[in-house]
Structure formats: C-alpha cells, structure tokens
Design a protein around this ligand. Structure first.
Ligand SMILES: Cc1cc2nc3c(=O)[nH]c(=O)nc-3n(C[C@H](O)[C@H](O)[C@H](O)COP(=O)(O)OP(=O)(O)OC[C@H]3O[C@@H](n4cnc5c(N)ncnc54)[C@H](O)[C@@H]3O)c2cc1C
Ligand SMILES: NC(=O)c1ccc[n+]([C@@H]2O[C@H](COP(=O)([O-])OP(=O)(O)OC[C@H]3O[C@@H](n4cnc5c(N)ncnc54)[C@H](O)[C@@H]3O)[C@@H](O)[C@H]2O)c1
Length: 494
C-alpha cells in the first residue's frame, strides 16, 4: 500500500541550477511527457522538426499512470462485481462477489502496461524525438536546463500537468492518506474509505471502492460535481446513494486525528459538529498546476494558482512559449483537452494558422454509473449568458434498449436557441460518454437541431434517445394553425 505521509504531497525532484550542461538546440522543446506533450512531440517530429522532450518522472504522464487509465480499469473491475450482485434482475442467481484486491491491482497494472508502449521512451526515440529524463527548469527566456543538457529552442511547449492538491487540515500531519497518485498502488481491502471531495475523481473512486467491497463515505465542502447540470447530478447521486455510498455535501472537515486503527474527522455540518470515523482517507480535493520547479520567472512567464496564464492561442506572456493541458489556467482538465490543446499549438507553431482554444467545445464525462457527459453550455450557463433557450429532453425510461437492459435512469437534455442552434447537451445514463460525441460534433460545427432530428438512428439503441430529444423541437408543430390549414388544403386536392 502506498499512502502518503504528511506533509509531502508529491515528490517533485528539482534540478539544482548549474551552468554546466551540454548545449542542445531544437525547433521545439516540449516540457512534460503526458498526453499533451507527447502529442506535440510525436506530431512535430513526424513533420520533420527537431524535437526535444523533457520528462521528469514517468513518460505517459498522469493520465496513463495515475489518472484516466487506472481509474477506468478499476471501474471496469467494479462493474463486474456489481453485475454479479444484480444478476437476479435477469433471472440469474445473484452472488455476493468476493474481491481479491491484489488481483484487481494486478489487473490495473496490466492495463497500464498494455497501453504504455504507445508512450514509451523507445517509441518516441524511434520517432526521432530526443528524450531527456529529468526535470526542466528555465534559465532564461530561451533556455532550459534539463538533465545533462542546456536546451535552446525556437519554441517551447510547457505541458507539465497538475498534481493532487491537499488542503491543510489541522491534524493532517498525524495521519497517512491516499491521493490519486497513490490509490492505484493499493492492493488491500480498505474497510471504510473516507473520501474528501465529490468531483469526478472522488465520485469515480467512491463507486469503484464501494463496488469492490469497501464502505465509502464522501464529504464535500460544496456541491458534488458542481460544474454539471443539477438535474443530471441528482440522478447520478441517487444511484450512488442507492449503492450504499454515504455522500454529504456542504460539510467542512475541521480537524483530523488518528485513533487506534482508525482516522477520525471532526466535521461541521449545518446541524452542528459530528465525527466521521474511517479506516482510510483519500483526498480528491482538486488539482494544483505543476509550475513550482520550472523557474517561470526567468522566462518571463506569468502564472497564478490556476496555472500558467495563456491567451486563446495558448501563448504565455513569453510569445515563444505555449502552455497546454492541465498546467494552462482556465482550460478544461481532461486528457482529450490536453491533446486538443496540443493540436492547436501544432497548427500555430508549424503552420502559423490562427487556431484558438474554445473550452465549451470540449466534452467531459464523469464515469460513474450512470455516467454524466456534457458538451457546450449547460442550461444554467446558457441562461446566465443571456440566451433565450429551448430545452429538449428525452428520458431513457422511454428508450426500448434501456428498458431491455434495465438501465433506464437518466435522460438526454439539449439546450438550443429558439431558432434551433444547439448550445449544449447533457446526457446522464449508461454510455453517456459514448453518446455525447454526436453532440460534440453538433456543437463544434454549430449545427442546427434539424441535423440530429433528420439523421436516422438504428433501433434499438440508446442513440435513439438523442434523436427523440431533437425531435422534441417539433413538438408544437401538429398544433400550428397555419400548418393545419395547409394540410387541410392539400387533403382537399386529392
Ligand atoms: C483519478 C483521475 C482520473 C481521471 N480520469 C480521466 C478520464 O477518464 N478522462 C480524461 O479525459 N481525463 C481524466 N483525468 C484527467 C487527466 O488525467 C489529465 O487531464 C491529463 O492527464 C492531463 O494531461 P497533461 O498532458 O496536461 O499532463 P500530465 O498527464 O499530468 O503530464 C504532465 C507530465 O509533465 C511532467 N512534468 C512535470 N513537471 C515537469 C518538469 N519540471 N520537467 C519535466 N517534466 C515535468 C510530469 O511528470 C508528467 O509526466 C483524470 C485524472 C485523475 C486524477
Ligand atoms: N472522468 C474524467 O474525465 C475525470 C476524472 C477525474 C478527474 N478529471 C478532471 O480532473 C480535474 C480535477 O477533478 P477532481 O475531481 O480531482 O477535482 P475537482 O476540483 O473537480 O473537485 C474537487 C472537489 O473537492 C471539494 N473540496 C475541495 N476542498 C475540500 C475540502 N477541504 N474538503 C472536502 N471537499 C473539498 C470541492 O468542493 C470539489 O467538489 C477536473 O477538471 C476533472 O474534469 C476528469
């Protein structure tokens, strides 16, 4: 088991600045070998640019090693356990699944290993990228010290990602705890896991652990999944609570203490102070951009608590340097957002095209069951932006495939202008993450709701719910007096 002992949050190695270092020049120097950095490096090298990639820890970044991949592998194992428990709904005897946590952990590692070759040092070296393993640190506006090299480059791309942020709760130094950096190394049953933070990280890990046999309590100072449409969140939270997760919102952990064999949290709620005891603690309280060891001041790069300040072209305050992915302030923090940022930078740096980042084009998915997927504006954001809107819905309870599979929770909800331009879509339900891609296309291409209503969906699929929601745009058509007159007239003709 790999819990963190306070107060060290991450192990960021820093290179002591030295004048030594073999000079190395490049067209593009990429700092950080996660999803975003690797995409820039591979593509720029494919176009014949001389590329240096600097990675201080593990090539593949957080997504591969401690983010999307291990969390989805753990959720996949948890889904199997849940299927055993609920099989009697289908006429098959349910069983109480027994989890071998060492084998589950081995499975998670196996999935990481299976996807790792795509982001190995060997692969990138083979593509012609000069890979340096070590922490990068700016010496001046055009030079970075990395490993044994002093790298100068025409362009730099900072893609150093983010790390778990852990609040300074009194008593934290007395306990050990997990973050997303360490939880996937755990290979033991956690009898009662208390999770602080009900964002996507907290809730995905809550459901995974609950299904694998842990008792789970989640505490959040604010609202769970506060960015998402409240209607969708209510459906997902109902399902999580029905699986036994004790989720409390609007509560504050005032103090933590270690007692024999357990961790005790003193929690303020609207009804006073209570104690919550657990066997293990996981912080899922948000992320901090990885900037502290880059010496950004030397390069004239502005940054703040949210990350490196960039314009819509992802340029920093040093016009030769871009920042992408989790480390860039204000943008979405998802793997596909990092690779999309990479594509914007490649278009600008290689082809001088005026590509721009528009965060509302990036879909996001919380992979609980049911999933919540969203793209564009939520109903609340559209109203706050002053749009007049129509809201179109179709519930999965009216979807034949969902009925056949007994997964009828949720709906498709689409927000359009009165003239039918789609501003955003939220889907809550099984496979919402797959279904949202259609709406991503619609929002990014500024398509009209007619485009979805007019495209035939196969039967019986969940996709039909998207088409049915789109069709709701015509709900008032049969009672339109002018149209009724026209139909009457045409009927008289023959
Ligand atoms: C539990 C969890 C689950 C997630 N699930 C999903 C999901 O399902 N889907 C999704 O889209 N997103 C998911 N995310 C978010 C996703 O992992 C991140 O948005 C993504 O990894 C960010 O990619 P990046 O390239 O910006 O940074 P990273 O992947 O963090 O890569 C940054 C790299 O830079 C390196 N680095 C840092 N400082 C330096 C330095 N000074 N010098 C050299 N190298 C440096 C780091 O070692 C790291 O390898 C999840 C995150 C978590 C925590
Ligand atoms: N499925 C996915 O794509 C996925 C999964 C995980 C993370 N991510 C991305 O990573 C980013 C970070 O997500 P996250 O869930 O780690 O963080 P988050 O910032 O989204 O959520 C953190 C939660 O912790 C709560 N919190 C903060 N301090 C607290 C405290 N002291 N006590 C209790 N609660 C506290 C906040 O109110 C918030 O609800 C997001 O942008 C997310 O999109 C994506």
């Amino acid at each position: 088991m790999a819990e963190t002992t306070s107060p060290s949050l991450t192990t960021q190695r820093t290179s002591a600045p030295t004048l030594a270092g073999e000079p190395l020049s490049a067209d593009i120097c990429v700092i950080g070998g996660g999803a975003g950095g690797l995409h820039v490096a591979a593509t720029a090298a494919a176009f014949g640019r001389k590329v240096v990639l600097v990675e201080k820890h593990r090539v593949g970044g957080e997504g591969l090693n401690a983010g999307s991949i291990p969390s989805k592998a753990l959720l996949a194992a948890a889904r199997r356990a849940r299927a055993f428990e609920t099989a009697s709904d289908f006429g098959i005897a349910s069983i109480d699944p027994k989890t071998d946590h060492r084998v589950v952990q081995h499975y998670v590692r196996r999935v990481i290993s299976a996807t790792a070759p795509n982001s190995s040092v060997e692969r990138f070296t083979g593509l012609g990228v000069h890979v340096i393993l070590g922490a990068a640190r700016f010496l001046d506006k055009r030079t970075v010290l990395a490993g044994d090299y002093r790298v100068t480059a025409r362009r730099f791309v900072i893609a150093t990602g983010s790390s778990p942020s852990v609040p300074d709760v009194p008593g934290l130094e007395t306990v050990s705890y997990f973050t997303s950096d360490t939880i996937f190394d755990n290979d033991r049953k956690l009898p009662h896991l208390v999770i602080l933070g009900a964002g996507p990280t907290g809730l995905e890990l809550a459901q995974a652990h609950a299904r694998l046999g842990s008792r789970v309590t989640v505490l959040d100072t604010g609202r769970a999944l506060s960015k998402e449409d409240p209607e969708a969140v209510a459906i997902a939270l109902k399902a999580l609570r029905a699986e036994g997760i004790d989720l409390r919102e609007g509560v504050t952990v005032e103090r933590i203490e270690r007692l024999a064999g357990l961790v005790r949290l003193h929690v303020t709620t609207e009804n006073g102070t209570v104690t919550v005891d657990g066997s293990h603690l996981l912080f899922a309280t948000g992320r901090t951009p990885n900037v502290s060891d880059l010496n950004l001041e030397a390069a004239g790069i502005k940054y703040g608590p949210e990350g490196i300040v960039v314009n819509r072209g992802l340029r920093t305050s040093n016009s030769r340097i871009y920042a992408i992915g989790d480390v860039a302030a204000g943008g979405p923090r998802d793997t596909h957002a990092s690779t999309w940022h990479a594509e914007i930078v490649l278009r600008r740096a290689l082809f001088w095209l005026p590509a721009k980042a528009e965060p509302t084009l990036v879909p996001r998915v919380t992979f609980t069951e049911p999933e919540i997927a969203h793209v564009g504006l939520t109903e609340q954001e559209a109203r706050a932006a002053g749009h007049k809107i129509n809201v179109l819905r179709w519930p999965f309870v009216e979807n034949d495939r969902a009925e056949a599979e007994r997964e009828t929770a949720g709906h498709v909800k689409v927000v359009t202008t009165p003239r039918g331009r789609v501003l955003g879509a939220t889907i809550v339900g099984a496979e919402a993450g797959e279904l949202i891609h259609l709406w991503s296309l619609v929002v990014s291409q500024r398509l009209d709701i007619k485009a979805v209503a007019g495209a035939v969906a196969p039967y019986p699929t969940r996709s039909e719910a998207s088409r049915r929601a789109a069709y709701r745009a015509y709900a008032s058509t049969p009672s339109n007096p002018a149209l009724r007159k026209l139909i009457d007239f045409l009927a008289r003709l023959g």
